[in-house]
Design a protein around this ligand. Structure first.
Ligand code: GLC
Length: 737
């Protein structure tokens, strides 16, 4: 145990070190800035996509007109880009080399929505670290990840890329990925994280990508901003502006969010980059007349670097000379850019060892980490007892995702090579040689067929049928929103035909979003939802189906019964007429008299509840919560709530439960959500084992922005739940005075 004095000295030394390294960095920036011409400063603010021959960029590099490149991943070319920038330009400032490393580089992990389903920040950090090791080994030092956009509408294809609908879970995943990418201490394997898309991009109206959003101040402050604030506090080195306008102001020209909140309130000292031509798109928004106008608006709003509009490199010099943009504004932007390059050590060592980069890619421990993550990311949504499967049997494997090495990787897997993907079919053939028959039935998820005679005949020969269904990777992700979330093509018909054979049918769904699978559930004896599970999805799913691993994933988003329910999310407001199980369509008599008395907020045809709520997931075992209690029944604002409970594994299998703690503020200066996730913990228990657990929640975590625009805890009555999902449990009351 260290003495207090030792700790004090260590702390002081650390503080001194960190201050001095900060001072050194700022001094280095001052010295460099003083040497730079205006043109060279503006060159740092220009980011270009650099596929193709390096020679095409040589002249611009020599003139110092490029500060960053993206989309070059060949380490030899990256070294050549850096060599020209460092040895042939006047000041030799190295480039920031960027790439969308969204859920792994070569070793592809489950899509971010699947990562969130693990509710395992430590494992997600490990995966981000692996991504950084593989990407930085090839010279990539900046990733455009994590995406922190809260998404409440599964029609939006980019729900795949984020952590779902809950701000607390999103913030936990943000911290994990930032620490993973950047490393707990900066070194040559540090890859600058980029929290994106700032802000509110996931609130696109109608779930249509790039669409306008209308997010009022309270919602912005209490739901959409908190994950980004957590990302800033975790030390994210960069941030990306979003394509959308919020209430008429495009984020890329929004001074309020980029300066007032990001810089002045949160003290962000990193680099702000636009999204791809999002500066230029402000012309389409009708927010700027031309490229010069939007360049002026963006830089004055607080943008540091322009991705692919070429607005800064073309117009800033003229704008400074005219006085429309102050040179101090340019200096601030260049400071933010140089600070990232210095933190990454690029001035000391801009090059990479190409030979050394090779064994890092797909290293066995990386593949093992990706497999473990895919195992934890899968959510068991139905099981009538058919799972876990026992022993090796005559297995029919069918469905368009059974052997789809490209689609299994999911969206934004640019550098995941499908040759390395282990599909469920491959994993089954390896584990059960000679016992697996593969009849795909459909070639890809949108494929149609009238009959399935071949598949049905094969099912009759089998003891168990495994149907791998879902979405091709291209049906989610950027610009890929859907208005119909049912399984595409003839997948539902395939499942129905399989069910009709009377054989046990297990469905596994790989998708980029929660599809509307209510009509498919009756045709499956069990259903495992794995989103897109990545390179090692096959072995992970086989381990889960045969019980080597007990499923522990939980839904990071609400699963709808029908797309007409969108948007639907757990942390909604109570409304003045909370649903209480009303009259449904079929119970309405013809010519029924009009009445609304006693009616509440729901759909006549689909009620008010989703198919599966947020935080839901089954296990091969069962868990019971008991003795839930608080250390006090009244708290002060500076207190910490201690929640005690006993969790028991009441089933026959060892398993892991994600215990969740929700809180409701019963009365506030504004209506408050029916409940909000405030803590969660993965608890692994042997069959029959009980454990007493304690979770601590500082009362300050219950603060929110109210009518006065200030974040504070409002005294009053509260309720707290401890349960295995957002729809279960009995509330425990407490008060804050
Ligand atoms: C895209 C995406 C953004 C990505 C960037 C660079 O349009 O919106 O998330 O990081 O361009 O590829």
């Amino acid at each position: 145990m260290h003495s207090f004095r030792t700790l004090l000295v260590a702390f002081a030394a650390g503080l001194l070190l960190s201050c001095s390294s900060q001072d050194v960095t700022e001094k280095q920036i001052d010295q460099l800035l003083a040497k730079m011409t205006l043109a060279e400063k503006i060159g740092q603010m220009n980011q270009v996509s650099a596929g193709g021959d390096v020679a095409n960029y040589a002249e611009a590099l020599r003139k110092g007109q490029i500060g960053s490149i993206l989309n070059e991943v060949d380490p030899v070319k990256i070294n050549e880009f850096q060599r020209i920038a460092v040895t042939e330009s006047r000041l030799g400032i190295p480039l920031l080399v960027a790439r969308d490393v969204i859920h792994g580089f070569h070793t592809v992990y489950p899509i971010p929505l699947g990562l969130a389903a693990t509710f395992d920040p430590a494992l997600v950090e490990e995966g981000a670290r692996v991504a950084a090791l593989e990407a930085t080994a090839q010279g990539i030092r900046w990733t455009f990840s994590p995406m922190l956009d809260i998404a409440r509408d599964p029609r939006w294809g980019r729900m795949a890329e984020g952590s779902g609908e809950d701000p607390y879970l999103d913030a936990c995943m943000a911290e994990a990925m930032i620490y993973g990418y950047q490393g707990r201490t900066a070194d040559s394997t540090s890859m600058a994280a980029c929290i994106k898309h700032f802000v509110g991009y996931g609130a696109a109206e109608g779930g249509r990508d790039y669409n306008s959003t209308l997010i009022p101040e309270h919602l912005l402050r209490n739901v959409y901003l908190p994950p980004f604030e957590a990302g800033v506090q975790a030390g994210a080195m960069t941030l990306m502006t979003s394509f959308n306008d919020n209430d008429g102001v495009p984020s890329t020209g929004n001074t309020y969010i980029l300066k007032d909140i990001l810089r002045n309130e949160w003290g962000f000292d990193g680099l702000v980059v636009t999204d791809w031509n999002s500066m230029g798109e402000m012309i389409n928004h009708g927010f700027g007349a031309d490229r010069k106008d939007v360049a002026e608006k963006a830089v004055n709003a607080g943008v540091d670097m322009d991705m692919m509009t070429m607005g800064f490199i073309s117009h800033l010099e003229e704008l400074v000379k005219s006085g429309a943009v102050k040179e101090k504004t340019i200096d601030n932007a260049v400071r933010n850019i140089l600070r990232v390059k210095i933190k990454l050590g690029l001035f000391e060592n801009p090059y990479i060892d190409v030979e050394a980069s090779k064994p890092v890619q797909y290293a066995p421990e990386h593949l093992a980490s990706a497999q473990k993550t895919a195992e934890e990311a899968a959510i068991l949504l139905k099981n009538n007892g058919v799972l876990p499967l026992k022993g090796s049997r005559r297995i029919l494997v069918t469905g368009p995702l059974a052997d789809a090495p490209h689609d299994q990787l999911g969206t934004w897997a640019f550098d995941g090579e499908k040759a390395h993907t282990v599909t469920p079919l491959k994993a089954l053939q390896e584990r059960f040689p000679g016992q697996v028959e593969f009849v795909p039935g459909l070639r890809y998820s949108r494929d149609y067929r009238d009959r399935f005679d071949d598949v049905v005949a094969a099912a009759r020969r089998a003891d168990v049928v495994l149907a791998f269904l879902g979405e091709e990777a291209i049906l989610s992700g950027e610009a890929h929103s859907l208005a119909d979330l049912n399984l595409k093509g003839s997948q539902s018909e395939l499942l129905s035909a399989l069910k009709a054979t009377g054989k046990p049918v297990v469905a596994v769904v790989m998708a980029g979003r929660p599809l509307t699978i209510e009509r498919d559930l009756p045709n499956a004896d069990a259903l495992l939802y794995s989103f897109h599970p990545g390179t090692m999805g096959g072995p992970a799913l086989v381990n889960l189906l045969w019980g080597d691993v007990n499923p522990s994933g939980k839904t990071p988003v609400t699963f709808l019964r029908t797309v007409g329910q969108a948007p639907m999310y757990y942390n909604h407001n109570m409304t003045g007429r909370p649903y209480s199980g009303e009259l449904l369509l079929d119970a309405i008599q013809p010519e029924a008299g009009q009445t609304s008395l006693g009616n509440t907020s729901y759909y006549l045809d689909y009620g008010a509840y989703p198919l599966f709520p947020f935080g839901y997931g089954l296990s091969y075992t069962s868990f019971a919560y008991s003795a839930i209690g608080l250390d006090k029944d009244t708290y002060k604002v500076d207190d910490t709530i201690t929640v005690n409970f006993i969790l028991t594994n009441t089933g026959a299998y060892d398993g892991t439960e994600v215990a969740q703690v929700y809180v409701r503020d019963l009365v506030g200066s504004i209506a408050r959500p029916v409940k909000e996730l405030k803590a969660f913990e993965r608890v692994s228990l042997k069959a029959g084992e009980s454990r007493t657990l304690s979770v601590k929640i500082p009362v300050k975590e219950l603060a929110f922005y109210g009518l006065d625009g200030k974040k504070k805890v409002e005294p009053g009555d509260f309720q707290l739940w401890v349960a295995g999902d957002s729809a279960s449990g009995t509330p425990v009351p407490f008060a804050i005075h």
